[in-house]
Design a protein around this ligand. Structure first.
Ligand code: ADP
Ligand code: MG
Length: 743
């Protein structure tokens, strides 16, 4: 049974106003996404601009503009219990009549005293003369704000004040929105309240009733109302659960729908290419998995319609050669090819590896990155477009610089993105726009179970490389706890002294935007029937860790990278590590996928229980790339605190070395969260197109599994989402700006 809602009341007149403004009929407001925010009272051009900056254009956008946090005003304190540093809620009785003092032109003070059983407080407001009538002597209010204290005298300045009636207390939570310039908390919450009132008449529920009930989810209207104006902690959790479920469900159904709509464009038919001259240049024989993948690619490219394929395989399994063959096929058929890597260091590595092979085969190849001089860029741009086949570049390897204006091929045939998840969809969209009729090949180092890959990559055809080149060393993996610290330090020294390099990975620590007393939306969760406040165990903060480590390991060259650093700065540190100058690299998980540092032989993962197995496996893949015997040490957090399942999970890492096997295990144990986080939704989210608004793929992986499997089932009976119009609309809306995710 859901709690009954109590909600802000709106004067009739206001409702009328909204009504007139949209010129519509209240019963026919199905298309909240078509009603601009300017339909709301008090929202004109300027405010609408401010909203637009926050991505809010329509009433529906506004309803989905969730608070970033909530002030907990239900935690009532006595004056004597408050701290001047934090905002508190205090219930007091007005003791003196408010007095107004006009201190200068345009500025007045309104002051009065109020008390509770622990003291008396002077309350001041600026320019709020009309409050004179609000605070009548003897009435009770709940004041919320910082309480200052000088000796035994308390004071509050401009506190929020709600009339206090014990039996019917004012709302316990107050929503805090992310503000863009020109908006205030008050304005947003007023506008949201108006929009909710409008929506209350008929808010179509995108979720089919049956699915909603089976999963014990509240209605969409209840969810939206409670997420903005929660009447209790429980109601908030219920609302959040529903909204998270929706995001996943709409994502899965929308993806399936847009995948179905994609038509294959034509692309060069690259037929019967003899690749033996290229293979003859390799110092090794292809593995069976590589041969299969190359056959897939060659077949795709021969058909005259666009190839759209993803090659998935563990770090080090040899994806690059598959890409190389694909480029060779394109070039031998008279077309040009591009290989795009997410970072300069990766692009350069590819170039250095491939350029000699290509040139020996008479293929012209260049490297294009952001740090090329303007003159070099101009030269490369010109050679890409050259009419003269003797001057024309056949292959360009590079970074996002390949997307900039001027970098156009005259005769494009193939575009490859390596470690595609590092690119936002925007960039990929651009790539496919510019090279509309080219083959597309994508490579990813995350071994993803097929079931999940289908959801994530829509209709990209998939080749799996599930076999490592022969003679690969196994990276011995150990699980230890804090008590091993001194031995671990000694082990680091030993490896570095012998000329090896060490990675240390700590979980990322997000800086909190919260003030004391606020509850972050992410802290609220409901699992099964149980309501929980997520409390995260203390983490080894990467910065602090790097400092401690430098103290303990003096004389060693230690550097630090983290996710908030600029790409160029990250690249610089990575390059210093790759060159051997930096011996120990402490990082959050941002360390570049695919970067090859052959003398790295020790990977230490702190708070390993915080990572998914697939993430750990990827991290482990950073070492063991050279001749040195390599190790991975998983350090679990506090001693003895690791639960059995967590231990069992980490133990899997010590026993299994196959990425796909580990991935299956991970999917069973943790749900799909890790994969989505690893495989790029994080970057998709950053790029701002596919925004999971409220869902967190890692925290909510359980809900995601349910939502995905519900979506999967639903699509079986209604593949085109024709049976439930609101679902189709919502799914389409989710993808109308992000339909390119699969291209
Ligand atoms: P990834 O799949 O992570 O991109 P790479 O393509 O960079 O892996 O390959 C990793 C290393 O393995 C490279 O040094 C490459 O030359 C080597 N390699 C690739 N295929 C084979 C093979 N069949 N036999 C031996 N070595 C191989
Ligand atoms: Mg690679």
């Amino acid at each position: 049974m859901l709690p009954k809602a109590r909600f802000p009341r709106f004067p009739r007149a206001k409702l009328q106003f909204i009504n007139n403004n949209i010129g519509g009929n209240m019963n026919n407001n199905k298309n909240l996404h078509e009603i601009p925010v300017t339909a709301l009272r008090g929202v004109g051009g300027v405010k609408a601009k401010a909203y637009a900056a926050a991505g809010v254009h329509s009433l529906l956008d506004l309803l989905y503009y969730f608070p970033r946090a909530y002030e907990d005003r239900a935690n009532i304190k006595l004056l004597a219990e408050t701290s001047p540093e934090y905002k508190s809620a205090v219930v007091m009785t007005v003791a003196t009549e408010p007095k107004i003092a006009n201190i200068k032109r345009g500025m007045s003070l309104l002051k009065f005293r109020a008390f509770d059983e622990s003291g008396v407080c002077e309350i001041t407001y600026f320019n709020q003369n009309y409050y004179k009538d609000k605070f009548s002597v003897g009435s009770d209010f709940r004041f919320y704000g910082k309480v200052e204290r000088v000796k035994s005298r308390y004071s509050m300045t401009s506190p929020a004040a709600d009339p206090w009636v014990e039996e019917l207390p004012p709302p316990p939570f107050f929503s805090v929105y992310r503000l863009s310039e020109g908006l205030t908390q008050k304005q947003i919450s007023q506008n949201v309240a108006d929009a909710l009132e409008l929506a209350s008449q008929s808010m179509p529920d995108p979720l089919p009733e049956e699915i909603r009930e089976r999963n014990k989810l509240c209605t969409i209207y209840y969810a939206l109302r409670q997420i903005h104006f929660p009447e209790s902690y429980a109601a908030l959790a219920i609302a959040k659960k529903r909204l998270i479920f929706d995001e996943f469900f709409l994502f899965a159904t929308g993806l399936a729908l847009s995948g179905r709509k994609i038509q294959r464009l034509s692309a060069p038919a690259c037929k019967n290419t003899d690749i033996s001259p290229l293979l003859a240049r390799l110092p090794y024989k292809l593995t069976g998995a590589q041969e299969r993948t190359i056959a897939d690619i060659a077949h795709d490219m021969s058909k005259g319609e666009q190839m759209s394929r993803i090659v998935i395989g563990d770090v080090g399994c040899g994806k690059t050669i598959c890409a190389t063959v694909a480029m060779y096929i394109a070039v031998k058929n008279g077309y040009q090819a591009a290989l795009m890597a997410p970072t300069e260091i990766l692009a350069t590595q590819h170039y250095n590896d491939l350029c000699a092979i290509f040139e020996a085969l008479g293929i012209r190849c260049a490297l294009l990155t952001g740090s090329c001089t303007a003159a070099t860029k101009r030269k490369i741009h010109a050679a890409m477009k050259s009419e003269n086949p003797d001057e024309r570049l056949d292959i360009v390897i590079g970074t996002q610089a390949l997307l900039s204006d001027g970098a156009e091929f005259i005769n494009p045939g193939l575009v490859i993105t390596d470690e595609q998840h590092r690119f936002g969809v925007n960039q990929r969209a651009l790539l496919s726009e510019k090279n509309k009729h080219t083959h597309v090949l994508v490579m990813s180092a995350t071994p993803i179970p097929r079931s999940l890959a289908l959801v994530m990559y829509g209709d990209l055809a998939m080749s799996k490389i599930d076999e490592m080149p022969p003679g690969r060393q196994r990276v011995d993996t150990f699980l230890v706890d804090e008590s091993y610290r001194p031995r671990l330090d000694a082990f680091i020294r030993k490896n570095v002294d012998a000329g090896g390099q060490v990675y240390v990975v700590c979980p990322a620590v997000e800086e909190s935007e919260l003030e004391e007393g606020e509850i972050d939306l992410s802290e609220i969760a409901i699992y099964g029937e149980e309501l929980v406040r997520n409390e995260k165990p203390p983490l080894k903060a990467a910065v602090q860790y790097a400092e401690e480590l430098s103290e303990r390991l003096q004389g060693y060259n230690i550097a630090f990278v983290h996710g908030k650093m600029k790409t160029a700065d990250k690249d610089r540190v990575m390059r210093r590590f790759a060159s051997g100058e930096v011996q120990i690299l402490v990082s959050t998980t941002v360390i570049e996928v695919g970067v090859n540092v052959p003398s790295a032989c020790l990977m230490i993962v702190e708070n390993a229980e915080r990572f998914g197995l697939s993430q750990l496996h990827q991290l482990r893949g950073r070492v063991g790339r050279g001749q040195r015997k390599s190790y991975c040490v998983l350090v679990s957090g506090a001693k003895g605190r690791l639960g059995d399942t967590a231990k069992q999970r980490l133990q899997t890492m010590c026993n299994s070395y196959n990425g796909f096997e580990i991935a299956e295990q991970d999917l069973k144990l943790r749900g799909p969260g890790d994969f989505l986080a690893l495989s790029g939704n994080a970057s998709i989210r950053q790029s701002g197109t596919l925004s999971f608004n409220i869902a967190d793929m890692c925290e909510d992986s359980e809900l995601m599994t349910t939502a995905f499997s519900e979506a999967h089932e639903y699509l079986k009976t209604d593949p085109n989402l024709q049976n439930h119009a609101p679902l189709r609309q919502a799914a389409e809306r989710m993808f109308e700006v992000q339909g390119d995710i699969i291209s």
